[in-house]
Write a protein that binds this ligand. Structure first.
Ligand code: BES
Ligand code: MN
Ligand code: ZN
Length: 500
């Protein structure tokens, strides 16, 4: 889909579909008012008879009203202006996109310029609108033998009333397109079933991405190489599977040549292509959703896609820790002790706490080989994080106040929120083991925090943060789908690193 910016004069040009907003008690916003004038007051009379309440999320499409320049006029309810917030804007945009889809429009114009949510500035509101409209066309139809043909919106025009905003809106639009490309890649990879999306398939996707840009180099380490290095925790997870585990390395170099050696940020993604739990096997209900347990890795691929599109001047290394967690005669048993790449030993009390095992070795590898200024891991790590924060907010853990603040702020700006939880300290003793340096699980309490505290033992002395995306990476149930989160948060964070 292509987005275009237009001045208010565009309202009088001929178009296929135009969306204007209306509040309760027939309050017409300025674009609706214009259409009412064009129609000699017919619009108001129709509104009076229609029973249209102007609630946020309601739409009323009208066909060929005499005097109007548009074939379809879509009235979109926006609710009372004093209640207009970010969440209302989201409802209005989503309802408008659904109406346009139902009417099978290939081109349309949105005149939403009077809407400014109390909790966003006009540019933030525009950026959000652009991203929502781009994301509204997402479909994952690859595995449908007869995909239902839907007419996709091809051109969408945004009317911008404030001329002084044109330049910044144009930049916001380019950025929104780049972010959406990353979100879409993340979702496409995340949505693949585990019989296609194996660690080897993820490596192929990374190599394909590498072919698309000179700035991106991709390397893949297999199990033999990981064995040589001594990545015992990673290998303990992949042992039970027929699929070979892979550590996939993506090096994006966008910064000036003078800084070609340094790495600004490393992103380490959990890439469990299927998490059965291993010998500590999971219950059957919703186990299918454990195909999404590689969404951390998919996020890193998505971020790389955005970096390539936007040509951001930063150096970012992406590391995907990819393995399948399966039970078998070769699988790791509860009680087994392994030596991690760092040299620290771990007693594996529960083979379902596998994410932290692949990640601890991936983190050690990344710190040893790249010495990044900041390192962030992204993982669908714990059910406990979903209990704590639900499906709304990503869990954020860091000992570094400044880094935590930067990530929180990026999440707020990108409408992809994260919330900081505590870490380390007295929680560490929950990981004590009588036989090894540590156990891989804490007790029944504070599961998201003990998982993060486990990882913190492998990142000492570095500027590290951990994002637990167990609740936010996908939507569960009948309409299950990867969300593409937290690509918006991380790309916003990286964009802001370039201004620092
Ligand atoms: N991938 C899961 C976490 C998960 C569970 C994400 C449900 C989203 C929804 C992870 O590998 C896992 O199994 N974690 C265990 C840890 C426990 C054994 C300490 C969990 O959360 O139950
Ligand atoms: Mn697990
Ligand atoms: Zn898992």
């Amino acid at each position: 889909m292509h987005l275009h910016l237009k001045p208010v004069s565009f309202l009088s040009e001929k178009q296929s579909a135009l969306v204007v907003t209306v509040g309760p008690e027939l309050q017409m916003d300025s674009a609706a008012e214009r259409m009412n004038e064009f129609s000699d007051g017919a619009l108001l009379r129709i509104l009076q008879d229609s029973g249209f309440e102007g609630k946020a999320g309601q739409t009323l499409p009208l066909y060929t009203l005499p005097g109007l320049p548009c074939e379809w006029l879509i009235l979109a309810g926006r609710g009372p202006s004093h209640e207009f917030r970010r969440s209302t804007l989201i409802k209005v945009i989503q309802a408008s996109c659904t109406a346009l889809k139902d009417l099978k429009r290939r081109s349309a114009t949105l005149a939403l310029f009077d809407l400014c949510p109390a909790d966003l500035n006009p540019l933030e509101a525009f950026t959000l609108s652009a991203r929502l409209t781009l994301e509204s066309s997402y479909q994952f139809l690859e595995w449908k033998s007869k995909p239902t043909p839907s007419v996709a919106l091809h051109d969408l025009h945004f009317i911008i009333s404030d001329k002084s905003l044109m330049t910044s809106c144009k930049q916001a639009l380019d950025w929104a397109q780049a972010v959406t490309a990353g979100v879409t890649l993340c979702r496409n990879v995340g949505n693949q079933p585990a019989n296609r999306c194996t660690p080897s398939w993820l490596a192929e996707q990374a190599l394909l991405l590498g072919k698309s840009s000179k700035k991106l180099k991709v390397k893949v380490l297999g199990e033999a190489q990981l064995e040589k290095l001594g990545a015992g925790a990673f290998l303990a997870v992949t042992r039970g599977s027929e699929e070979e585990g892979k550590l996939i390395l993506l090096e994006y170099r966008g910064a000036a040549a003078a800084r070609s050696k340094s790495v600004d940020v490393a992103l380490v993604g959990k890439g469990i292509t299927f998490d059965s739990g291993g010998i500590s096997i999971k219950p059957a209900a919703s186990m299918d959703e454990m195909k999404f347990d590689m969404c951390g890795a998919a996020t890193v691929l998505g971020v790389m896609q955005t970096l390539i599109r936007a040509e951001l001047p930063v150096n970012v290394v992406g590391v995907l820790a990819c393995a399948e967690n399966m039970p078998s005669g070769k699988a790791t048993r509860p009680g087994d002790i392994v030596t991690t790449l760092s040299g620290k030993t771990v007693e594996i009390l529960n083979t379902d706490a596998e994410g932290r095992l692949v990640l601890c070795d991936a983190l050690t590898y990344t710190l040893q080989h790249y010495q990044p200024e900041k390192i962030i891991d992204i993982a669908t790590l714990t059910g406990a994080c979903v209990v704590a924060l639900g499906k709304v907010t990503t869990g954020l853990f860091s000992d570094d106040d400044l880094l935590a603040e930067e990530l929180t702020e990026a999440g707020r700006l990108a409408q992809d929120p994260a919330w900081r939880l505590p870490l380390g300290g007295d929680y560490q003793e929950l990981l004590d083991s009588p036989c090894a340096d540590m156990a891989n699980i804490g007790g029944p309490t504070a599961g998201a925090i003990t998982a993060a505290s486990f990882l913190s033992r492998f990142t000492e002395g570095s500027r590290w943060a951990h994002l637990d995306i167990a609740g936010t990476a996908w939507i569960s149930g009948a309409k299950k789908t990867a969300t593409g989160r937290p690509v918006p948060l991380l790309t916003e964070f990286l964009k802001r690193q370039t201004h620092a």
